[in-house]
Design a binder for this molecule. Structure first.
Ligand SMILES: Cc1cc2nc3c(=O)[nH]c(=O)nc-3n(C[C@H](O)[C@H](O)[C@H](O)COP(=O)(O)OP(=O)(O)OC[C@H]3O[C@@H](n4cnc5c(N)ncnc54)[C@H](O)[C@@H]3O)c2cc1C
Ligand code: FES
Ligand code: FES
Length: 1261
C-alpha cells in the first residue's frame, strides 16, 4: 500500500509520495484543499488558531492542533474543519452564531480555532459545567477580546448556565455535523455520518511511503514491525512518530530519514493491573488521565487522582489528546533540562518504565535509570505505577508563568510514608526545572527518615539540608536561580502544610497550603452602559457585521488568497550578531538545497534600500536588508526564495556570514542613556510654579520594558505580477506607507501598484509600519522572478527581527508636602526607540500626558529619545500615553508609600481639578459602585489574618487627550437595483469594529436597515493616500466621512422623496437613478475636519488581586473599569475594546517579559516562552462601566475614542500587586513605607522575590 487515506469534512483523500515529512494537516487543508477557514499563527500548538476536530474509528471526536499532525499520520482519521461546522450556504452552527452574537470576535483571526475547540469539547462530552468549559479552553489565545465575550458565549452551552431565553439545547449540539443526526458515544456503525471509515478499512499492518523530501514513512500495526523496519532500513536516522507534539517544545528543523508512525500499535495502548498498574506508553495523556481516574477506585490506587489533577495542568487539551506518555518521557530523555510533568509524577510515586528491544527483550527500570538508557532502537512500552497504601501521602506542584498552558518553571513532587504519629519511614522528594542533572533530593529524603514531619524543628532542619542539596543552574529565559531555589524550599514547606493536620498550624499560616489557582471559580463579568434607542442603530449594541464570517472561517485575510500557479515563498536570512560589519555572505549551501530558487541581498534592491515611506513620520530610512553595518541581532540581510515557506526558512539558516568589528550591543535603556551619543533631547516643558512647603524629597527612577504585540495573524504579504506592476494583498493598517515604500524600493510608480486589504488579523500597532519590510521584500521577489510570491513572516522571525513597544526610563527628583502635594518636580523621561528614531510622534504624545491628570504646573519635564542596538521599536496600543500615564501613576504611588498616605488621597491632592475634575466625579462613583470601602476593610482584614496569601486593592486614574490624525477617503455607493449600499473607505478593519460603526452611521443617516449595507476592504484605487488607522481615531474619522457622503446622497434624493409620498427607499433610489442622479458620493476627511473637536477621555479603574507569597502566583480577583467613551456608536464593540486593551495591559504587567541574551538575541520569541494571558488569567470578576450622559460633539455623534485608552488603566493591577507584596514584606519586617523597585512585569519570580521571604520564616506555628 503506498497511500494513506483519510477524510476531510466527509470527503475521502488519498495521499502518498507527493507530500513531505514536514507537511502538516494544517498545510494540507489550507494549501492543498484550499480550506482556508482554519487559521494559524505559531505552528507549535501554542495559540490554538489551527484547531480542528478529528475522530478515529470507534472513538469520540477530539480537538487537535492541525499544525502538529503530519499529513502522513492522518491515516484513518475523520477530520472536521470549520468549513463543515457551519457556513452561509448550509447555515451556521449554534456555536458560531452564539459567539458572533456575544461579540466574541474582534479581528476574528482566532475565532475559527475557538469554535473548533468548543465544538470538539461538546462533541466529546456535551454535559459540561461552566467551570469545566472555561478551564478546558486554555488551548486558545485571543489577543483582542480579553476573553470575556468568548467565555460568555461558550458558557451558555454549559449544563449549569443560568437559564435565559437563549438556552441552548445540549442535545442539538451533539449532532454529527455531516449527517446532522445525534452522535452517541460510539457511532462506528453510522454509515451516513462521521464514521464511514471502519477500523477494518484502515487495517494496515504496514504502510510504506516514500515522501517527496526523500524520507520514508511507515505506519505499523505491531511492535515487531518497528524492529523490522529498523532492521531493513537502518537505525542511523529515525524517529517514532506518536503525537508529533514534541516539536512544539523543541522545534524540528529537519526530520530524520525514517519515520515510523506508532499510533496504530495497540500493544502501546491501554492498561492492565497485576499488582501494579501497567499503562501502555503510547497512550495519549488524555487516555492516561482517563485510566488514572478509572483505576483510582481500585484499592491502593486512590493516589492516582492526584496525578490526574496534576496532568490537567500539562499543556492543554488538544496537545493532551495526541501527545503520549512515551513522547513526553523521550523528550526528557533527550533534553534533560525539560521540566517534564510526566517524568516528575512517575518519579515521585516510584513508577518504572519498560522498554522493549528486538526479539521482545524487555527491560524495566526506574525513572532515573531510564534517563541513562541508550534508547537507540528501543521502544518505550509501558509505565508501571505501584500500589500505595494509605500510609503514603502525595503532594505535587507545578509553578507556571500563568495559570495554565505553560511549561513548569519548577515542578515538585513529594511522597512521604508516615506512621500513625507522622514519623517518616520513606520519602521521595523530586524537582524539575532546576538543572539538567538534579531531580531527586536523596540527602533530604534520608534526613527525613525517622523524623516527625510536622514539627518546626524537622521543617527547618530539612530546609537547610535541602537548600544545601539543591542544584539550581541559570537558564535564560527561565526565571533566575534565586527564585527557583527559594520556591523549591517554599514548595517543600507548602507540601508539609498541605499534609499537616490543620490543628497543628497557626491559623495565620494555613493559607500557605492552598494552591492559589485551584481556588479560581468560574469567572463572571458585567457591563454597565445606557443606550439611547431614539438614535438606533447608532448607539445600539449590535454584533460586528462580519462576526459570522469570522466565526465560520469565511472572513478573508491576506494569507487566505488561494495559491497561485508558479507561486514562490520567501523568508529572511537574519544576522547572528548584535552589532558589527558584514564581511561576506555565502549562500551556496542554501541555494543548493532542493526547492531553493534564489537569494537576494541589499545589492538586488533597484531603488532605495528602505521600507519606510518618506513621510513626515519617517524622517530616516530603515533598511529592508542590512547594508553591511549590523544594527541589531537578527537583522534581515537576505531573502531566500523557495518552493515552500518551510524550505525557505530552513535554507535561510544555512546562509553563512562572516562578520568583523563585532561588539557587545547596548540593549538596556538605562545603560544607553549614559552614552550621550545615543540620547537626543526631544522637548522640554518648564514648570510655571514651585511650591515652598517641602516636607520630603524623593529621588528615584522607574523602568518600563517593551512588549510584543502578539497578533494572531502573522505578518503576511502576497504579491502577484500584473501587466503594469504589482497586485498586493497585505496585512497593513497604513497602506499608504506600504504603497510608497514599495514604490521607492522597487523604483516603480505608485500607480502601477494596487494594494488591497480586506482586514487585518490583529496588529495593535505592529502592522502600521513593521510589516512593510517583508512586503517590500516580497515585492522585490516578484519583480525579480515575475512570479507570485507569498511572504509569511513566522512568529519567531517576527519576534526576533521586529521592534516592539518602546522601553522607557524615568529619573526624577520631587519635593512634596505632608499631604503628598508635589511642590516641585524635575522629571527626565527617556524613550527607547531601538536602532532608529522614526515615528517620533510617540514622544509628542508623551508631551500631552507625562503628568497624566495631575497638576503639571510644578513639573519640569525633559523628554529624551534614546537609541539602543535593538530592532526599531514601534507603535503599540496607546503608544507613549501608556508609558507616560503608568510612570505618573507609579510616582503617585511612591509618594503615598513614602509618606504612609492613602494613595487615593495623594492622587486627589495632585489632581488638576481645573481641567480634569471629571476624574474625581468618576472616581467617587466607582468607589461607590465597586463597593470600595467594604472591600478595603475586607482586604485589610484578610492581610492581617494571612501570612502566606496577600491581597491588594488599588485604583488608577487616567486621562487621554485626543491627537487628531488621519486623512481618509470614503465612498458610499447605492445600487439602483435593490437600494443596497456599499461603503469603501481608507480605514482598515483591524478588529476595532470600524466597518460596523461605518455601517451603523450610514444606516442612521440614510434611515435604512443596516442589513442593506456592506463595507468592503480597503483598496488604494478607491481610497488612495490614506493615513494610518491608528490612535483610536480612524473609526471616528471614517464615521465623519460616511456622514458627509450620506448628506450628499440625501440631498440628491431629497426632491424624489418629497415628490414620492410614502415611497420606499428602493423606489426613491430607482427613480433618482432614472432621472440621472449620481448614486455614488465621495468624501475626504482630513485632520482639519477633526481638529475643531478636541476632547479628553477619562478613566478610573480598580483592581483587586491575591498573591501566593510562597510561590509568587497571582489571581486577579476583580477589576472594575470605568471609562468615559462619550456616546458610544456601538457599545458592545466598545466594551470589547476596553476589556481587550485592559487584558493586554494585564499581560504587560504580569507575565509578558521579554528576555534578551547579552548578544541582543531575544530569547522569549515563541509561545513556549512568551506568555500572554489566557482565558483563566482574566479577572475572576470583570466589570466595565461607561460613563452616563457623556457627549463629545454632534459632528462626531457624541462619541469618543476607545481602542487605546483602556490599556493605560491596567496599571491598577500592577499597583494592587505591589500592595500585596508590600503587605508580605511588612510581615518580613520591612516597613510598608519603603518603596521597592519592580522593573518589568510582576511575574511569579518578581512577586515572590519582592516579598523578601526567607526560609527561616517557614513554620507551622
Ligand atoms: C504546547 C505544548 C505544551 C506542553 N506543555 C507541557 C507541560 O506543561 N508539561 C509537560 O510535561 N509536557 C508538556 N508538553 C510536552 C508534551 O507532553 C509532549 O509534547 C508530548 O507528550 C509528546 O508526545 P508525542 O506523542 O507527541 O511525542 P512525539 O512528538 O510523537 O515524539 C517525541 C519523541 O518521542 C519518541 N517516541 C514516541 N513514542 C515512542 C515510544 N513508544 N518509544 C520510544 N520513543 C518514542 C519519538 O521518536 C520522538 O523522539 C507540551 C507540549 C506542547 C506542544
Ligand atoms: S498554529 Fe497551531 S496552535 Fe498555533
Ligand atoms: S479576535 Fe481574537 S485575536 Fe483577534
Amino acid at each position: 500500500m503506498d497511500k494513506i487515506q483519510f477524510k476531510v469534512n466527509g470527503e475521502e483523500y488519498r495521499v502518498g509520495c507527493e507530500i513531505s515529512s514536514n507537511e502538516t494537516l494544517l498545510d494540507y487543508v489550507r494549501e492543498r484543499l484550499e480550506l482556508r477557514g482554519t487559521k494559524y499563527m505559531c505552528r507549535e500548538a501554542g495559540c490554538g488558531a489551527c484547531i480542528v476536530s478529528v475522530k478515529r474509528p470507534n472513538q469520540q471526536p477530539y480537538a487537535v492542533n492541525a499544525c502538529m499532525i503530519p499529513v502522513a499520520a492522518c491515516h484513518g482519521l475523520e477530520i472536521t474543519t470549520i468549513e463543515a461546522v457551519g457556513n452561509k450556504k448550509t447555515g451556521y452552527h449554534k456555536l458560531q452564531t452564539t459567539l458572533a452574537e456575544n461579540n466574541g470576535t474582534q479581528c476574528g483571526h482566532c475565532s475559527p480555532g475557538w469554535v473548533m475547540a468548543m465544538y470538539s469539547l461538546l462533541q466529546t462530552k456535551p454535559d459540561r459545567t461552566m467551570l469545566d468549559i472555561e478551564q478546558s479552553l486554555s488551548s486558545n489565545i485571543c489577543r483582542c477580546t480579553g476573553y470575556r465575550p468568548i467565555l460568555q458565549a461558550f458558557k451558555k452551552f454549559a449544563k449549569d448556565a443560568p437559564k435565559t431565553d437563549d438556552i441552548i439545547d445540549i442535545e442539538d449540539l451533539s449532532k454529527c455535523n455531516i449527517s446532522r443526526t445525534s452522535c452517541k458515544e460510539s457511532c462506528s456503525d453510522d454509515e451516513d455520518g462521521w464514521c464511514v471509515v471502519h477500523e477494518s478499512d484502515v487495517d494496515d499492518r504496514r504502510t510504506a511511503l516514500k515522501l517527496k523530501d526523500g524520507r520514508y514513512w511507515y505506519r505499523v500495526g505491531q511492535i515487531e514491525d518497528v524492529f523490522e523496519v529498523l532492521k531493513d532500513k537502518g537505525d542511523d536516522s529515525y524517529m517514532l512518530v506518536a503525537g508529533n507534539t514534541a516539536k512544539g517544545v523543541y522545534p524540528i528543523n529537519e526530520y530524520p530519514r525514517i519515520l515510523i508512525d506508532v499510533n496504530g500499535i495497540s500493544e502501546l495502548k491501554g492498561y492492565t493491573i497485576d499488582q501494579n498498574l501497567i499503562v501502555g506508553a503510547g497512550s495519549t495523556l488524555t487516555e492516561f488521565m482517563n485510566i488514572l481516574k478509572k483505576v483510582s477506585d481500585v484499592e491502593y490506587f486512590g493516589y492516582l487522582l492526584k496525578l490526574y489533577d496534576h496532568l490537567e495542568k500539562v499543556a492543554h487539551l488538544p496537545v493532551r489528546n495526541i501527545g503520549t506518555i512515551a513522547g513526553n518521557l523521550k523528550i526528557k530523555h533527550e533534553h534533560n533540562w525539560f521540566a517534564s510533568d510526566v517524568y516528575l509524577l512517575l518519579e515521585t510515586v516510584g513508577a518504572q518504565v519498560t522498554v522493549v528491544r528486538p526479539n521482545n527483550v524487555k527491560q524495566t527500570v526506574s525513572l532515573q535509570e531510564f534517563l541513562k538508557l541508550n534508547l537507540k532502537g528501543a521502544i518505550i512500552l509501558h509505565v508501571v505505577l505501584p500500589p500505595l497504601n494509605d500510609e503514603y501521602k502525595l503532594v505535587t506542584f507545578k509553578i507556571m508563568p500563568r495559570r495554565i498552558n505553560a511549561h513548569a518553571i519548577i515542578n515538585a513532587g513529594f511522597l512521604f510514608k508516615l506512621s500513625k504519629f507522622n514519623i517518616v519511614s520513606d520519602a521521595r522528594v523530586v524537582f524539575g526545572g532546576l538543572s539538567p542533572s538534579f531531580t531527586r533530593a536523596y540527602k533530604t529524603e534520608r534526613y527525613l527518615l525517622g523524623k516527625d514531619l510536622f514539627t518546626n524543628e524537622t521543617l527547618q532542619g530539612t530546609l537547610k539540608v535541602l537548600d544545601d542539596e539543591l542544584v539550581v543552574e541559570e537558564r535564560l529565559p527561565e526565571p533566575g536561580v534565586e527564585y527557583r531555589r527559594q520556591t523549591s524550599l517554599a514548595l517543600f514547606y507548602k507540601a508539609l502544610m498541605t499534609l499537616c493536620p490543620e490543628s497543628k498550624i497557626l491559623p495565620r499560616y494555613r493559607s500557605g497550603a492552598i494552591k492559589l489557582h485551584d481556588t479560581r471559580p468560574v469567572s463572571q463579568a458585567r457591563q454597565f452602559y445606557k443606550t439611547d434607542s431614539s438614535i438606533y442603530p447608532v448607539n445600539q449594541p449590535i454584533p460586528k457585521i462580519d462576526a459570522l464570517y469570522q466565526c465560520s472561517g469565511e472572513a478573508f485575510y491576506s494569507e487566505d488568497l488561494p495559491s497561485q500557479p508558479r507561486e514562490v515563498f520567501a523568508a529572511f536570512a537574519l544576522t547572528t550578531v548584535g552589532t558589527g560589519e558584514i564581511v561576506s555572505i555565502d549562500a551556496k549551501n542554501a541555494l543548493s538545497q532542493p526547492g531553493v530558487i534564489a537569494f537576494y541581498t541589499a545589492k538586488d534592491i533597484p531603488g532605495v534600500n528602505t521600507f519606510t515611506p518618506n513621510t513626515s513620520l519617517f524622517p530616516s530610512n530603515e533598511e529592508v536588508l542590512c547594508d553591511g553595518t549590523v544594527k541589531y541581532f537578527n537583522q534581515p540581510f537576505g531573502i531566500i526564495v523557495a518552493d515552500t515557506t518551510h524550505i525557505a526558512e530552513r535554507a535561510a539558516k544555512l546562509v553563512k556570514v562572516e562578520y568583523k568589528n563585532v561588539k557587545k550591543p547596548i540593549i538596556n535603556t538605562r545603560e544607553a542613556i549614559k552614552d550621550l551619543k545615543r540620547v537626543v533631547k526631544y522637548k522640554s516643558v518648564t514648570a510655571t510654579d514651585r511650591g515652598k512647603d517641602v516636607y520630603k524629597v524623593i529621588k528615584n527612577g522607574n523602568t518600563m520594558f517593551g512588549q510584543f504585540h502578539f497578533p494572531l495573524e502573522n505578518i503576511v504579504s502576497v504579491i502577484h505580477p500584473t501587466e503594469e506592476g504589482l497586485k498586493v494583498y497585505t496585512g497593513s493598517h497604513f497602506v499608504d506607507g506600504v504603497h510608497i515604500a514599495l514604490s521607492r524600493a522597487l523604483n516603480i510608480d505608485q500607480n502601477r501598484i494596487d494594494i488591497h486589504v480586506r482586514r487585518v488579523g490583529g496588529s495593535y500597532g505592529l502592522k502600521i509600519s513593521r510589516n512593510n519590510q517583508s512586503a517590500v521584500a516580497c515585492g522585490l521577489v516578484v519583480q525579480k522572478l515575475n512570479r507570485p510570491c507569498r511572504f509569511i513572516q513566522s512568529l519567531t522571525s517576527t519576534t526576533k527581527s521586529l521592534g516592539k513597544k518602546l522601553s522607557s526610563v524615568t529619573n526624577f527628583e520631587l519635593g512634596v508636602n505632608k499631604s503628598g502635594v508635589i511642590q516641585y518636580m524635575n522629571y527626565n523621561f527617556y524613550l527607547d526607540y531601538g536602532s532608529n528614531f522614526n515615528e517620533y510622534i510617540i514622544s509628542e504624545l508623551i508631551i500631552e500626558s507625562f503628568f497624566n491628570c495631575y497638576d503639571k504646573s510644578r513639573w519640569n519635564y525633559n523628554g529624551f529619545d534614546v537609541k539602543t542596538d535593538l530592532p526599531k521599536n514601534t507603535w503599540f496600543r496607546a503608544p507613549g500615553t501608556f508609558e507616560a500615564v503608568s510612570h505618573a501613576e507609579l510616582i503617585m504611588e511612591q509618594i503615598a508609600y513614602e509618606l504612609s498616605l492613602d494613595p487615593i488621597a495623594v492622587r486627589l491632592n495632585n489632581l488638576d481639578r481645573d481641567k480634569y475634575a471629571d476624574i474625581e466625579e468618576m472616581y467617587k462613583k466607582l468607589r461607590k459602585d465597586a463597593e470600595y470601602d467594604k472591600r478595603r476593610s475586607a482586604v485589610n482584614k484578610y492581610n492581617k489574618e494571612n501570612r502566606w496569601k496577600k491581597r491588594g486593592l488599588r485604583f488608577s486614574f487616567f486621562k487621554w487627550t485626543v491627537t487628531p490624525i488621519g486623512n481618509f477617503n470614503v465612498l458610499v455607493s447605492v445600487f439602483k437595483g435593490d437600494g443596497t449600499v456599499v461603503i469603501s473607505h481608507g480605514g482598515i478593519e483591524i478588529g476595532q469594529g470600524i466597518n460596523t460603526k461605518a455601517a451603523q452611521v450610514c444606516a442612521y443617516y440614510l434611515q435604512i436597515p443596516i442589513e442593506k449595507i456592506q463595507v468592503k476592504g480597503m483598496d488604494t484605487n478607491i481610497a488612495p493616500n490614506s493615513d494610518e488607522t491608528a490612535g483610536s481615531l480612524a473609526s471616528q474619522n471614517v464615521a465623519v466621512g460616511v456622514q458627509k457622503c450620506c448628506e450628499i446622497l440625501l440631498k440628491r434624493l431629497e426632491p424624489f422623496k418629497k415628490k414620492m409620498v410614502n415611497a420606499t427607499w428602493e423606489e426613491i433610489v430607482k427613480a433618482a437613478y432614472l432621472a440621472g442622479v449620481d448614486l455614488q458620493a465621495q468624501s475626504h476627511v482630513s485632520v482639519n475636519d477633526i481638529t475643531p473637536y478636541p476632547y479628553v477621555v477619562f478613566g478610573v479603574a480598580l483592581a483587586e488581586v491575591e498573591i501566593d507569597v510562597l510561590t509568587g502566583e497571582l489571581e486577579i480577583l476583580r477589576a472594575d473599569i470605568f471609562e468615559d467613551v462619550g456616546k458610544s456608536v456601538s457599545p458592545e464593540i466598545d466594551v470589547g475594546q476596553v476589556q481587550g486593551a485592559f487584558i493586554m495591559g494585564v499581560g504587560y504587567w504580569t507575565s509578558e517579559r521579554l528576555t534578551y541574551a547579552d548578544t541582543g538575541e531575544l530569547l522569549t520569541n515563541r509561545t513556549w516562552n512568551l506568555h500572554v494571558p489566557l482565558c483563566t488569567d482574566i479577572p475572576q470578576d470583570f466589570r466595565v462601566y461607561f460613563r452616563e450622559n457623556s457627549y463629545s460633539y454632534p459632528a462626531i455623534l457624541g462619541a469618543k475614542a476607545v481602542g487605546e485608552p483602556p490599556l493605560c488603566m491596567s496599571i491598577c493591577v500592577a499597583l494592587a500587586i505591589r500592595e500585596a507584596i508590600s503587605e508580605a514584606r511588612s510581615d518580613s519586617g520591612i516597613p510598608k513605607s519603603q518603596w521597592f523597585p519592580i522593573e518589568g512585569p510582576s511575574t511569579v519570580d518578581v512577586i515572590a522575590l519582592s516579598t523578601a521571604t526567607k526560609k527561616e520564616q517557614f513554620k507551622f506555628c
